[in-house]
Unconditional design. Structure first.
Lengths: 116, 115
């Protein structure tokens, strides 16, 4: 079964600093991986996804993630944090659920706080 | 226009009551989902429907009964509410459940508090 582990439940950075949110996956088959963001009191929004087309994936709001098979990682980065990036970030993997159905399995989330 | 909408946004009720949460999507998607997010922000799928047919049921207690009257709607009815049902419930939708990397679009959530 596929799963993801997010290292660090809380990451705090200063405005303008590099953002690095860590995600490692466990999968016996090539995975499809996602990063979603949840702003306070809102639903989740897709930041980016890895579908095996390219290992470096660019997403919205200046975020990107690199798929590294050798490290089983899919870490999310942004060169310069902005106050509006403060949110909960979820890494997720697609898992087959019988036949041709699939379900998203989420990591436990990482809360990003940005200090002025 | 709101893509995935849920009503109500907040729901406060007593233990033992029965309540429903409604979800509608105007994206023309075939597949809809219910997720539960607990107090620690852990998000887990509960149900998935494709073209009104149940395709995923994640060992949720049978007090929870989803109903999909048409492709655009997926409602969640909960009987005999318990304290442990307190959570935020998210509805989501996507195209073509058979395509594993399709984006899921989430509603704003319904915060259920059971007293």
């Amino acid at each position: 079964a596929q799963s993801v582990t997010q290292l660090g439940s809380h990451v705090s950075v200063s405005e303008g600093a590099l953002v690095l949110l860590r995600c490692n996956y466990s999968s016996s088959v090539p995975p499809y991986l996602f990063w979603y963001v949840q702003y306070p009191n809102q639903g989740l929004q897709l930041l980016l996804k890895y579908t095996s087309a390219a290992t470096l994936v660019k997403g919205i709001n200046g975020f990107e993630a690199e798929f590294k098979k050798s490290e089983t990682s899919f870490h999310l980065t942004k060169p310069s944090a902005h106050m509006r990036d403060a949110a909960e970030y979820f890494c997720a993997v697609i898992q087959a659920h019988g036949g041709s159905n699939y379900k998203l399995t989420f990591g436990k989330g990482t809360l990003l706080t940005v200090n002025p | 226009d709101t893509a995935v909408s849920q009503t109500p946004k907040y729901l406060v009720t007593q233990m033992g009551n029965d309540k429903s949460i409604k979800c509608e999507q105007n994206l023309g998607h075939d597949t809809m989902y219910w997720y539960k997010q607990d107090s620690k922000k852990f998000l887990k799928i509960m149900f998935s429907y494709n073209n009104k047919e149940l395709i995923i049921n994640e060992t949720v207690p049978n007090r929870f009964s989803p109903k999909s009257p048409d492709k655009a709607h997926l409602n969640l009815h909960i009987n005999s509410l318990e304290l442990g049902d307190s959570a935020v419930y998210f509805c989501a939708s996507s195209q073509e459940a058979e395509v594993p990397y399709n984006e899921q679009f989430f509603g704003p959530g319904t915060r259920l508090t059971v007293l």
